[in-house]
Design a protein around this ligand. Structure first.
Ligand code: DGT
Ligand code: CA
Ligand code: CA
Ligand code: ZN
Length: 573
């Protein structure tokens, strides 16, 4: 679908803002602003006018140069002038511009008068009350800036669960040998397998007296001891991660684990249910009046309320308590259900291991099949395969399959979805493959309508099987591209295509909400590691955890099927 007038106008406005701040000739800046206004107020679609070859210069404020730029945007979805300016603009300035209500004039003032060069400078000035004194500013704008900075900082502080796992394991190793230490568990969002965690919440039980707290605050990774007590201490590590440690009594361990695993929303529902039944739940146990009726084991806490055990991945307050009450909790997919991996790379493109090494590693994991899916030619940075190299690899896979026992290599490709929705390799070669994994790697900045259309058009190709990392996000690094995921899922279901849950810890794409959406819409999924090494194949547990957070069962996941059934399911009707 074509780019809308207001989307085109936004691009010109952004260009005008950035050039304005740079001190560009005011006439040129005004020309872009005027053009934006004209474009926005046009009743007819400029994209259609361009396609029809109409002369845009007849519109007020649109000269030859601007008309050409519009044509480029419509035809390619790109605006090279804006990209150039963005490339040379300090990222802080672009961030400042995106603070709603600031605008180029005030951003320019901040840069000029307060010599603000980064977000820390800005925060300092705002906290010192210097911002409100600037011309065109006031206390309201200052508060707005601080609020925005707080939100940005809050978002930055979360760690990938995968990073947190390494940090937690090192710390647990340090604590394990402490005399008296018995059980140790990381609770909180970590235990719920959220994709990112804010801090670590560790629970331990001890036998007799134990110096575990002293040993905790003396951990070599500590940069600051936030608190140090006998039952609770908190530290900040050099990498910025905060860790809480609680020593809990044996008889309260299950209740504490339930309490500190959260989430808050889940616990509120559990407590409310308890109150209705005349029970009281806290981190020490479940009580009827003065009497403790449960506490040592977590299962008991749920059982006391007449509930089956609810696994941590489900504890987000998304209806799991009601489902448990009705005994209709999903039977979640498990790692052991997975029979193979459908997305990986070798040395032939940007992987680090050979075909043979990948095959052996997959066999050691007990898999029945592994699909080799190299990048296609469009991804030049990864030396993507053209038809000739793909054919050579297919022959090597056939030959290797002759010698392998216990596992089958599938012939696949991670083929790029081009900007117009075509696939990056011709149908006659895609047809010969066992499956295709199809990805968007370029042109992330299309409008939602265009991006959605592009992907749906790609799915019209009868050789399209799996949409890889469907949102394109990189956690903490890159937001998802704008796309109508519901339309994509319905479109995939109609066409017999499936979506991937990419298990790379910084992708985890689909996210948990989208997994739930897929469940509701009834589109099939696969869980794949997108391994770039043999070791990466072990990341499957992250993808499975994400699927579990999205209430998915093995029946929703095609790579839980034996090979024959998998291939039959992938066949397009
Ligand atoms: P995070 O650390 O932001 O990734 O998320 P969580 O869920 O680990 O949250 P955190 O560390 O603040 O607390 C861990 C769990 O402990 C939380 O999920 C519920 C429980 N919890 C902690 N403090 C409170 C509290 O003040 N009220 C309630 N209701 N629950 C709490
Ligand atoms: Ca936490
Ligand atoms: Ca905490
Ligand atoms: Zn890949």
């Amino acid at each position: 679908m074509a780019i809308s007038n207001s989307e085109i106008a936004d691009l010109f406005d952004e260009l005008a803002d950035l050039l304005d701040i740079e001190g560009e000739n005011p006439y040129r800046v005004r020309a872009y602003r005027n053009a934006a206004r004209t474009i926005r107020s046009q009743p007819r679609s400029l994209a259609e006018m361009v396609e029809a070859g109409e002369d845009l210069t007849r519109l007020p404020g649109i000269g030859t140069a601007i008309a050409q730029k519009i044509a480029t945007i419509v035809k390619s979805g790109r605006f090279p002038q804006l990209e150039e300016v963005l490339a040379r603009t300090p990222p802080t300035l672009v961030q400042l511009l995106r603070i709603e209500g600031l605008g180029p004039k005030r951003v320019k003032t901040l840069f000029r008068l307060l010599n603000i060069r980064n977000l820390e400078d800005l925060e300092r000035a705002a906290r010192q009350g210097k911002v409100r004194q600037l011309p065109g500013f006031g206390p309201k704008t200052e508060a707005l800036i601080l609020k925005h900075l707080d939100q940005a900082a809050g978002q930055e502080k979360r760690f990938l669960r995968f990073e947190a796992e390494g940090i937690a394991n090192a710390l647990l190793d340090h604590l394990r040998s402490t005399p008296g230490v018995d059980r140790m568990v990381v609770a909180g969002s970590f235990r719920r397998w959220r994709e990112t965690v804010g801090d670590l919440d560790i629970l331990v039980t001890v036998r007799g007296e134990s110096p575990v707290m002293d040993r905790f605050v003396r951990y070599p990774g500590v940069s600051e001891v936030l608190s140090h007590g006998t039952t609770r201490s908190s530290i900040r590590l050099g990498n910025g991660m905060d860790v809480d440690l609680r020593v809990v009594p044996q008889e309260s361990f299950g209740a504490a684990l339930q309490y500190f695993t959260g989430s808050k929303a889940h616990n509120i529902e559990i407590r409310t249910l308890a109150v209705k039944q005349g029970l009281k739940i806290n981190e020490y146990g479940v009580f009827r009046g003065e009497e403790r009726v449960a506490g040592e084991r977590e299962e008991e806490v749920y059982a006391c309320l007449g509930l089956p055990f609810i696994v941590p991945e489900l504890r987000e307050g998304r209806g799991e308590v009601a489902a448990a009450l009705d005994h209709r909790l999903p039977k979640l997919v498990e790692l052991k259900d997975i029979r193979g991996d459908l997305h990986c790379h070798t040395q032939e493109t940007d992987g680090i291991d050979t075909l043979e090494t990948m095959a052996q590693a997959a066999r050691r994991l007990g898999y029945e099949y592994l699909a080799i899916t190299e990048h296609s030619r469009r991804v030049t940075v990864a030396r993507g395969l053209d038809e000739k190299r793909l054919r050579a690899q297919m022959e090597r896979i056939d030959a290797l399959n002759e010698t392998l026992s216990g596992i089958t290599l599938l012939k696949g490709i991670e083929v790029d979805i081009l900007e117009d929705g075509r696939l990056d390799l011709p149908d006659h070669i895609l047809k010969e493959l066992d499956l295709t994994v199809c990805s968007v790697h370029y042109q992330f900045n299309l409008s939602e309508r265009k991006q959605t259309e592009r992907i749906l058009r790609a799915m019209d190709n009868p050789y399209f099987n799996i949409l890889a990392h469907p949102s394109g996000r990189l956690i903490n690094k890159r937001p998802p591209y704008a796309v109508d995921m519901e339309k994509i899922m319905r479109g995939a279901r109609e066409r017999g295509c499936v979506l991937e849950i990419n298990a790379q810890p910084e992708r985890l794409d689909l996210d948990d909400e989208h997994c739930l959406m897929a469940r509701n819409i009834g589109v099939k999924l696969v869980i794949s590691t997108d391994a770039h090494s043999a070791l990466d194949l072990g990341l499957m547990r992250y993808g499975v955890a994400q699927a579990r957070r999205g209430w998915l069962e093995s029946g929703h996941i095609l790579n839980t099927l034996p090979l024959g059934q998998l291939l039959a399911q992938l066949k397009r009707r």
